[in-house]
Design a protein around this ligand. Structure first.
Ligand SMILES: [Zn+2]
Length: 247
């Protein structure tokens, strides 16, 4: 069964219309409605760690993946209580060099700065049953790095997060979705178990576990659009059209 892995960034009131990157904010009330809707339909939202057996076909059930990129404080503030109330878990991909910092990498794009989780918040996220994944040390575009620097960004971020938390970190997400086959191999060799990209689609057993597609939920994604993204084969038809579909 193909499984949707949702991709969110910030859960907060979006900046004014036409602001750069506005689509990546989802208002807290809307996020809450989306989660409660899936819950009412009998679905359970899971972190990547808990979702992988379902993707591999070892377990079956009505599940979907929940991921957040970048480790924003507003996810801790607004999304975590909603997830906890429903018994859902999620993965947040942290930028190791910016814990307690802000999304400095977004500044050149004119995107409004926002606080990232502190170390204490990241630990509470983890202790609450949610997953801490890595999003490199500095939110770099791996395709623009030398192989040695790409490897450092991938492997050292894992080591540092593991030292901070005292548990294995097995989920990775490529900043900007930017990667090639060599980066996927570096992620595997570093000891991660899975990695997500930004390509659209439902995840399936035949997918490379180090290149799992996701479904981006935008600020303007309404209830119907959300359901269509999650529950229909629409995304798979799109993949088929792009020649990305492997049954
Ligand atoms: Zn990111």
């Amino acid at each position: 069964m193909p499984i949707p892995i949702l991709m969110y960034h910030q859960i907060d009131e979006p900046p004014p219309r036409r602001s750069p990157g506005r689509g990546l904010w989802v208002p807290p009330a809307r996020f809450g409605r989306q989660m409660r809707l899936m819950h009412r339909l009998g679905y359970r939202g899971l972190s990547m760690r808990e979702l992988m057996p379902y993707i591999r076909g070892e377990r079956s059930g009505k599940v979907f993946g929940i991921t957040f990129d970048d480790g924003f404080h507003n996810v801790y503030q607004y999304a975590m209580p909603e997830l906890d109330a429903l018994g859902f878990t999620a993965t947040n991909y942290f930028v190791c060099g910016q814990i307690s910092g802000s999304n400095v990498w977004d500044r050149p794009l004119g995107i409004r700065p926002a606080a990232l989780m502190s170390l204490a918040e990241m630990r509470r996220w983890h202790e609450g049953g949610h997953e801490v994944g890595s999003h490199t040390l500095d939110h770099v575009d791996l395709l623009r790095m030398t192989p040695a620097e790409a490897r450092r960004q991938i492997a050292h971020s894992k080591d540092e997060l593991e030292q901070l938390l005292g548990v294995p970190v097995t989920a990775f997400c490529y900043p900007y979705g930017s990667q090639d086959a060599s980066h996927r191999m570096m992620v595997r060799d570093a000891g991660y178990a899975n990695a997500t990209i930004t390509a659209r689609g439902l995840a399936r057993a035949s997918d490379d576990p180090f290149g799992l597609p996701r479904i981006c939920v935008y600020c303007g994604t309404g209830t119907l659009g959300f359901l269509r993204k999650c529950l229909t084969a629409h995304e798979d038809r799109w993949r088929q059209a792009q020649g990305l579909f492997r049954p």
